[in-house]
Design a protein around this ligand. Sequence first.
Ligand code: UT7
Length: 335
Amino acid sequence: MFTSKITGLGHYVPENVVTNDDLSKLMDTNDAWIQERTGIKERRHIKKGDGNSTSVMGVKAAKMALKEANLKATDIDMIVFATLSPDMYFPGGGVEVQELMDMKTIPALDVRNQCSGFVYAMSVADQFVKTGMYENILVIGSENHSGGLDFTTRGRSVSVIFGDGAGAAVVSRSEDDQGGILSTHLHSEGKHKDELALQGPSTEHWVPEIIAENPQEDIPYYPYMNGQFVFKHAIVRFAEVIHEGLEANGLTTSDIDMLIPHQANLRISQFIQQKLKLSDDQVFNNIQKYGNTTAASIPIALSEAHKAGKIKKDDIVVLAAFGSGFTWGSVIIRW
Ligand code: UT7
């Protein structure tokens, strides 16, 4: 077995900053409610004509990650692309990245695990590298939420939370058998699939059917979230899967140097921090600036934390996510 290591990180967010006050001009909401319930102050939205899309943002983040890894696009052996908001219904974003970055005819795999997408994608990359099949894998999480949200008062409990952006990591084979990705832990519970979902368009809810059958106040082509239900499950599963990962490696919460939780809600991150008895220095949050960027949130946060010098060699870094599906997972890394 080989060791797999993160050798490069990158992130990109669109320039267009959307504050809570900006949203309150579109719907019945306000800065106080949003900050109190979610911790979010602002988020980024793609602006029509700025050239961005889910795949394009993914490529921008990927270029930064490749530069850090000191690799060329042609050195990459596989792309794993996580998103819930691809540019097209099919094919997925992976092949767009392959084309936009002028890569070899390498495999491009799309991961559809929403907020857990990056953790799932890292797990896939980790297996391919550890077994020796590939040497360098580009893992991307990217989302264009703003293209598909309901910015009327009807959609306010969802639309104020989500933002656009992308993050990327290069996972490479390493000779160092002490460090790298120690283990990954993945879960799902499909009985809760309807609690956080976007139903259509899909083969079960195709466009003419949606238009014909749904009154204006009940539109299943906007995301639905049973917020409190999701919140309650999130805090349980986050803690569970972090403990599972630590125990698998003979570690405890006091060994954590940096926890990067999926940025779902600052209150969720703070709840986990308290539950695991971690100090402020052991947890990184940036939801205040970007909102919840789903599959992009962990790689953006990881890239920012690393570039800010908050992650050092030999640190135990824990990535953890929970979201639609429900799906959840963790990645335990010795940096
Ligand atoms: O990343 C994937 C996983 N996602 C999550 O983990 C999200 C988990 N859930 C949450 O983060 C929170 O449940 C939310 C932030 C979504 C909502 O916060 P909450 O404290 O659970 O609020 P709520 O849904 O219980 O709504 C409370 C009130 C309601 O009004 P009434 O019925 O009490 O009169 C809502 O209609 O707040 C109202 N409300 C709003 N008011 C102003 C809902 N959205 C807004 C809004 N602005 N944007």
